[in-house]
Structures are given as structure tokens and as C-alpha cells.
Design a protein around this ligand. Structure first.
Ligand code: G3H
Ligand code: 13P
Ligand code: ZN
Length: 328
């Protein structure tokens, strides 16, 4: 059944688990996520980014998610819009039937330029008023995702701020977070702790100076009743990087957010964990390997099946590691 984000995250908080929120762009990702949820009896958050809506079209994404609900009626599913850049973007998604939206007022309508605090409060308040009137949950964001190593917002074609970010912009302040939640009444708050979108998060296995898990504890202590969200939470599996590079890929050395650090976050109020890149890496590695080993094969279902299996195994591992399993 389709459920609201608020309902699911309240349950997660009550029982001390986290929920991975996987980005969805195509039927293979949707199947991987649902098969994994079915096998582990986990509730699901699927989210559509602006890039996904541009790639597949919002109606296709919507019906993919509705198809998942139809085929797996026993699994609770949140249909979430990722990184809305304005209240009107959120409004369109609500009209399409999304049960949850993100109003990311930390960046401007271009999805790149950092905004000031008052702007963020104003647009988030506007989105919340509209969404709550329709029974839809809202995730806000305070602080900008970015690398504490380099000040860069993160690579790839994901959303990223322009120019360099300051250290302060990349760490959410607990006091400001308390004021933001009070003023906006968001259902969940995305925080900045040194993670960034895409595969190039850290040039070395992260330590506390570049991945600020301690900041989560400080924020959670100040606003214990707020559901916290970690973006840029792919772990960038080294085994999949090796497979991609073994079969013709060229991905330089890079590191993601270790699953153990996410587990530490979940102990301190993190309830939603955004993951996109890990599924992209697993999918690419599986397809590269299959095509290299089966050069005469040309039925896309053959290699896309490998992609589904690879993504499904990552989903299963996250559902188990975050304590989501068994909570559907
Ligand atoms: O927000 C970042 C997600 O990884 C989505 O990326 O805009 O390329 O779909 P995308
Ligand atoms: P990753 O790029 O680490 O998978 O993060 C995805 C994300 O935060 C989507 O909003
Ligand atoms: Zn994100």
C-alpha cells in the first residue's frame, strides 16, 4: 500500500531503525528494490529525482511505483519526490499523487546556488502548508552537501552547488536546525555532514574530520523528535569498482560512506538514508561483466537481468544493515 513518509518514519523512530530511500529511473531498479523488500519484509521509500523525471517522464515513474504497489500489496511504499527546487515543483508532484516531497530550499531554483536561511525557511513553509493540506509529507534540507576535503559540491550530473562551499555551509548547525524545524514544521530534515552526491565523495576511507557523524549526535540531541535524513549515502562498494574496472571501466580510486557509519547515524536519529550511486555502480558492473563474458549475446533482458540481481543484492544488504528488514 502507498503510505506517507511521516507514518513510516514515525514507525522507524519508534523501533529504532532506518529506511534506505532508493532513487528509481527504470523498471529494473523498481524490480530490484521490490524483490529485495519482499525477501526481507521491508517497507520501501522510492524517490524520483528531477533527472529521473526528465529521463523516464513523471507519468511513467508514477505508474512504475503504482505497479510495484499492485504487485506487492503487502509492502508499504512511500512515493517520494527527491530534491524539489521550488514549491511549484512540489505542487506538481503532489498533483501527480506523490505521498511525500522534498523541498530543498538549501539551493536556489537552479538546484546549484546556495541560498540564505530566510529564503530556505520561506519556501519550505510554503511547501509544507500546501503539502500538509493534501496529507503529503515534506522533507526539508538545512546545510549544503559538499566535501569537507575539497569544498566541492560533488560531481556527476546530480545536483551540486556552484563554486566552493565554506566549512560552515557544509555542516548543519544544531541551533539553526531547531529553529528551522520549529518555523517550517517539516516532517523530516536532511542535514549536511560532509557527504556529497555521486561516486566521488572521499579520496580516502573517511575519518571523523571529513565525515562528521558527531554532528548528527549534536543535532539529534537538540531536536530528538525530528527524523533526520542523510543524503549522499552510497557506500561506493570497492568490489563493484573493481569489477567495473576489470571489464573496461575507468573509475579512479574513490570512497563512499561506510555502512557502519550509517548504522551509527541510525542510532542517533537518522531515519531516511538516500542511495542512488550504489545501484548505478552495481548495475554497470554487472552489465559490463555479462557483455564481456557473452560477446555474442544481444538480448537486453539477459544483461538487464544481471543488473537487477546485482542491485537487488545491494538493497537486501542495506535493508538488513539498517534494521529495516522485518518491519513491513
Ligand atoms: O540527487 C541526486 C540523485 O543521485 C539523483 O541524481 O538527478 O542524476 O537523477 P539524478
Ligand atoms: P548517492 O549519490 O550517495 O547515492 O546519494 C543519493 C542522494 O542523496 C539522492 O538524493
Ligand atoms: Zn540527495
Amino acid at each position: 500500500a502507498l503510505v506517507s513518509m511521516r507514518q513510516l518514519l514515525d514507525h522507524a523512530a519508534e523501533h529504532g531503525y532506518g529506511v534506505p530511500a532508493f532513487n528509481v529511473n527504470n523498471v529494473e531498479q523498481m524490480r530490484a528494490i521490490m524483490e529485495a523488500a519482499d525477501q526481507t519484509n521491508s517497507p520501501v521509500i522510492v524517490q524520483a529525482s528531477a533527472g529521473a523525471r526528465k529521463y523516464a517522464g513523471a507519468p511513467f515513474l508514477r505508474h512504475l511505483i503504482l505497479a510495484a504497489v499492485e504487485e506487492f500489496p503487502h509492502i508499504p511504499v512511500v512515493m517520494h519526490q527527491d530534491h524539489g527546487t521550488s514549491p511549484s515543483v512540489c505542487q506538481r508532484s503532489i498533483q501527480l499523487g506523490f505521498s511525500s516531497v522534498m523541498m530543498d530550499g538549501s539551493l536556489g531554483t537552479d538546484g546549484k546556488t546556495p541560498t540564505d536561511y530566510d529564503y530556505n525557511v520561506r519556501v519550505t513553509q510554503e511547501a509544507v502548508a500546501m503539502a500538509h493540506a493534501c496529507g503529503v509529507s515534506v522533507e526539508g534540507e538545512l546545510g549544503c552537501l559538499g566535501s569537507l576535503e575539497t569544498g566541492e559540491a560533488g560531481e556527476e550530473d546530480g545536483i551540486g552547488a556552484e563554486g566552493k562551499l565554506t566549512h560552515d555551509q557544509m555542516l548543519t548547525d544544531p541551533e539553526e536546525a531547531a529553529d528551522f524545524v520549529k518555523q517550517t514544521k517539516v516532517d523530516a530534515l536532511a542535514i549536511a555532514i560532509g557527504t556529497s552526491h555521486g561516486a566521488y565523495k572521499f579520496t580516502r576511507p573517511p575519518t571523523g574530520d571529513i565525515l562528521a557523524i558527531e554532528q548528527i549526535k549534536a543535532i539529534h540531541q537538540r531536536i530528538p523528535d525530528t527524523h533526520l535524513v542523510m543524503h549522499g549515502s552510497s557506500s561506493v562498494p570497492q568490489d563493484w569498482l573493481a569489477i567495473i574496472n576489470e571489464y573496461g571501466g575507468e573509475i579512479p580510486e574513490t570512497y563512499g560512506v561506510p555502512v557502519e557509519e550509517i548504522q551509527e547515524g541510525i542510532k542517533h536519529g537518522v531515519r531516511k538514508v538516500n542511495i542512488d550511486t550504489d545501484l548505478r555502480l552495481a548495475s554497470t558492473g554487472a552489465i559490463r561483466r555479462f557483455l564481456a563474458n557473452n560477446p555474442a549475446e544481444f538480448d537486453p533482458r539477459k544483461y538487464l537481468k544481471e543488473s537487477i540481481t546485482a542491485m537487488r543484492d545491494i538493497c537486501i544488504a542495506r535493508y538488513e544493515a539498517f534494521g529495516t528488514a522485518g518491519n513491513a
